[in-house]
Design a protein around this ligand. Structure first.
Ligand SMILES: [Zn+2]
Length: 229
C-alpha cells in the first residue's frame, strides 16, 4: 500500500514536472531564439555605433579640437542616416560622458572598451562600427582608414566597402587593413574601426570640423554599410 502511494506520487510528480518544464521551454524557446538573432522581430539589422572615447578620455587632441567631440558629431549623423535606411541603431553614447567608473587592469579606457563590446553582445548586434579620428607626430599623414579583425572575412568586406566610400570624400591611397585592437579582438559581431582622418593634419582637421564634411563622412559610411548589408 505504502509503495503503491509512493508510485502514484512519483507518477504525479513526473507529470507535473513535464508540464512545468514543457511550459518553461515553450516560453523560453522563442526568447532564446530572439537573443541569438542579429535582426529585430521586424527584420531590421541591428547596428551598434560607437562614438570613440568620451568624458575623461578626449582621444586625440589638436589645439581646441577634441577627437571625442568629432566622433560623437559624426556618430549622431550616422545614426540618423542608418535609421532612415531602415536599420535598428544603438549608440554606445549620445553625450560627452564616461561610459564606466571602474578600471580594468588599472585602465578606465580598457574598461570603457569592454563596456562597448559588451553592449554589442547584449543587443545581439550584427555590426559594430567604431568611429575615431587618428593623430600622428608626422603632420603629413592624412586620410581615412578602416580596420577589421584579420580572421573576419565579413569584417574585411565591410571595412573595404566603407573605405571605398570614404576615399570619395577624402582621397587617399590608404586601404582597409587588419588591426590588432581591443574592440576587434573582443566582439562576436562584425566589427569595423573607422579612423576618419588625422587631426594632426591641417586639411583633415579642418574637414572633420566642418558640418558639411561631417555629413559627407557619415553618408559615405552609410553607403559602405548598405552596399554589403
Ligand atoms: Zn580614437
Amino acid at each position: 500500500m505504502l509503495i503503491f502511494i509512493c508510485k502514484r506520487k512519483i507518477k504525479y510528480i513526473l507529470i507535473l514536472t513535464i508540464f512545468i518544464v514543457g511550459g518553461f521551454l515553450t516560453q523560453m524557446g522563442p526568447l532564446y531564439y530572439q537573443q541569438i538573432k542579429t535582426v529585430t522581430a521586424s527584420g531590421k539589422i541591428i547596428i551598434v555605433i560607437d562614438a570613440g572615447h568620451g568624458g575623461r578620455d578626449p582621444g586625440a587632441v589638436a589645439g581646441d579640437v577634441y577627437e571625442k567631440n568629432i566622433n560623437l558629431d559624426i556618430a549622431k549623423r550616422l545614426e540618423k542616416l542608418l535609421k532612415q535606411k531602415g536599420y535598428r541603431v544603438i549608440m554606445t553614447r549620445t553625450k560627452d560622458v564616461n561610459l564606466v567608473n571602474w578600471k580594468d587592469n588599472g585602465s578606465y579606457q580598457r574598461a570603457s572598451l569592454w563596456q562597448r563590446a559588451q553592449l554589442s553582445k547584449e543587443k545581439n548586434a550584427k555590426l559594430l562600427i567604431s568611429i575615431h579620428c587618428n593623430s600622428d607626430r608626422n603632420k603629413v599623414f592624412y586620410g581615412p582608414q578602416t580596420f577589421y579583425h584579420p580572421q573576419s572575412n565579413s569584417g574585411k568586406r565591410l571595412a573595404q566597402s566603407i573605405q571605398e566610400e570614404l576615399i570619395q570624400v577624402r582621397d587617399t591611397r590608404r586601404q582597409a587593413i587588419p588591426g590588432d585592437y581591443y574592440l576587434l579582438n573582443n566582439t562576436s559581431c562584425i566589427t569595423v574601426i573607422v579612423e576618419l582622418g588625422y587631426l594632426s593634419n591641417v586639411k583633415d582637421r579642418s574637414m572633420l570640423c566642418l558640418p558639411d564634411y561631417q555629413q559627407k563622412f557619415a553618408q559615405a559610411i552609410t553607403r559602405g554599410i548598405s552596399k554589403v548589408n
